[in-house]
Design a protein. Structure first.
Length: 273
């Protein structure tokens, strides 16, 4: 096991994102017997996984040794209700990692006064296939060793970007947090346009989906900037160039995406206020 992996971890909230993170941790070699799961309504799959791997499911704080790491992955609106139970698992040297959207480090400190080391993280849906994009920011009490632990845990579900300024989290939410939905909608629009161009609807959807899957994989594997990849696809005076004249027009995709991200960022600020 890596020196950066904790030997005792409590996951509070084993839903879709919590479950995705758990899969990542098991894959990188965390001893499942050191993991405790807290979830009032665990799925049947999670109950079976806990039994198979020897993880404790819904133990009391007295039943487990002090946790090196507590990961908070409940719904944000549950924080006030869950705080007393969460507090019981936090000890002076515990690192708290929260993925609660809209809940600041200040919010967490106020509700969980025993937590002296807090990291706020914002993963996204592709974490469920280990291709997530996570941004994280540490509170003042987080040590370099705890940062390394958090980086190992978050890297198990994809790429991690560390931010010095927590105020940037709303922008992260607008770009990578909500971003998968933008891409999915683009596939919908591309398929619809293909249908309008004469393709059967099922063919247009399969082609649109495969195109975005392939382009994403190319981005993943290539060291080239997106602009260079775009240029590599575009022959002067060709069909792609004709389409890009529309997409790159003054009222095209760039300004539209800018407005979309600004709207998401504004809403993230409202929800965290």
């Amino acid at each position: 096991m890596s020196a950066n992996l904790p030997q005792s971890l409590v996951l509070i909230g084993a839903g879709k994102m919590g479950g995705a993170m758990l899969e990542g941790w098991l894959r990188i070699g965390i001893d499942p017997k050191g993991i405790s799961l807290i979830d009032p309504k665990p799925s049947d799959e999670m109950v079976d996984l806990a039994a198979e791997k020897g993880m404790l499911l819904n133990p009391s704080a007295k039943e487990i040794k002090p946790a090196e790491v507590v990961v908070l992955a409940t719904k944000p609106q549950m924080l006030d209700t869950a705080a007393p139970a969460v507090q019981a698992f936090i000890h002076p040297k515990t690192l708290l990692i929260s993925i609660l959207a809209g809940k600041t480090i200040g919010d967490l400190s106020a509700r969980l006064p025993g937590a002296s080391a807090i990291i706020r993280a914002m993963p996204n849906l592709p974490a469920s296939v280990q291709r997530g994009a996570t941004a994280a920011t540490p509170g003042k009490g987080v040590s370099s060793a705890q940062m390394a632990v958090a980086d190992a845990l978050l890297s198990s579900i994809g790429k991690v970007e560390w931010l010095d300024n927590e105020g940037l989290i709303d922008a992260v939410t607008a770009v990578s947090g909500s971003g998968p939905a933008y891409v999915f909608h683009m596939v919908e629009c591309l398929a619809k346009a293909g249908t309008e161009a004469g393709l059967p609807a099922d063919v247009a959807e399969r082609l649109a989906r495969a195109t975005v899957e392939g382009a994403g994989e190319l981005l993943f594997q290539s060291p080239l900037p997106p602009a260079t990849l775009r240029q590599n696809v575009t022959s002067p005076g060709g069909t792609t160039a004709a389409a890009l004249e529309v997409l790159m027009a003054q009222d095209g995709l760039g300004p539209l995406m800018g407005r979309a991200v600004a709207a998401a960022k504004r809403r993230a600020g409202e929800l965290s206020g």
